[in-house]
Design a protein around this ligand. Sequence first.
Ligand SMILES: [Zn+2]
Ligand SMILES: [Zn+2]
Length: 420
Amino acid sequence: MNLMFLIPKTMQAVVYRGANDLRLETVPVPRIGPDELLVRVAVCGVCPTDIKKIQYGTVPPPRIFGHETAGTIVRAGSRVRQFRTGERVALHHHVPCLECHACRHHAFAQCAQYKRTGITAGFEPAGGGYAEYVRVMPFVLPGVVRIPARNTFLEGAMLEPVNTVLKAVKRLALQRDDTVLVAGQGPIGLMFTRLLALQGMRVLATDLLDTRLKIAKEFGAAEVCCLKSETRNPPSEVAGRLHGPRKTEGNPKSEARKPKAGITRDASRITLPAPRSTLHASRSTLHAPPPPILAGLVKRLTRARGLDAAVIAVPSDAVVREAQALVRGAGQVLLFSHTRRGDQTSLDLATVCVDEKDLIGSYSADFRLQAEVARLVFSRKLDARRLITHQFPLAQTAAAIELASHPSAESLKVVVVQSA
Ligand SMILES: [Zn+2]
Ligand SMILES: [Zn+2]
């Protein structure tokens, strides 16, 4: 039976009005067509790709961002048969056509339909999760997943990021008991650690923070290596490797945090801190040797053979070169965090040609993996709850983005929550 929901005419939404300019505004609740859904947002994760667009202003305003969304269907178009109101769902904002040239080559992230965002809270579609309601368009309905009764909206909102990680894992040509380095144990790195461990790989996890390495151990890392004492990199590079923390915040609880940037009810302009240039600015020499402690560990773990693969979950070029040195001949180095266009680095190309070390990348999700991702998250084999450390109300979305872009020692996944 379809439940009836009272839907207001207007709603609150966090509108992107330009680089570093987010405003809490009153906007119309989206209208839906006969083949569409209206979903009341419960949880939306803060994703680094949105942070980049907001901070660097890489796309024209106005938009309402937020694409890691879970919520309740409050209205279903007259022609929608497969869903009904009242159902708790996780959304997927990109779905490939499965028919075009790119899709036939399984390059779904390059499909023209896939590049279209199918969820909006108004303006140019951009996900819309930082609003009270979103409109779900027909071509992304195949990506909607029901959340089981025992699971939370928080878990539902984690399906999209987990999917991007599982897609990347599947790009690696691994065999059981292979040794894989996961560089960086932020939320994404920890998902890699867990998924690779579940597939029977020996994971070597590195980070600058012991707090994160402790969770990496819980998530199944065979070995962890804390690189904070390594001094061969300049400080800015070390900060970049950490994928975050410049300083440690005292209290990780969102309520107790004094946001440096906030949004006011009167929709006044707020300014987010400038993006940190250190993340991408560092350029070290072509032949930067790996940290000795890490090189020693890889030697011992692989009987001097070298890593089978390395996943780079930090936007550091030096870490890429180190990994290229640490993988065995015909091993793979996978880039997951180098998302900024225009970045260039030097690399010994003979390591690719002569040593057959593949340098590969992975971006976005694979729609076909959605069922497997849902099983992993909802069974809690990958316990996504462990990764969510901070919850902010919608009005404090800017503070959520600020924390996610400058993580503290305790912070991992940051989410905006309207109802748990
Ligand atoms: Zn995302
Ligand atoms: Zn396609």
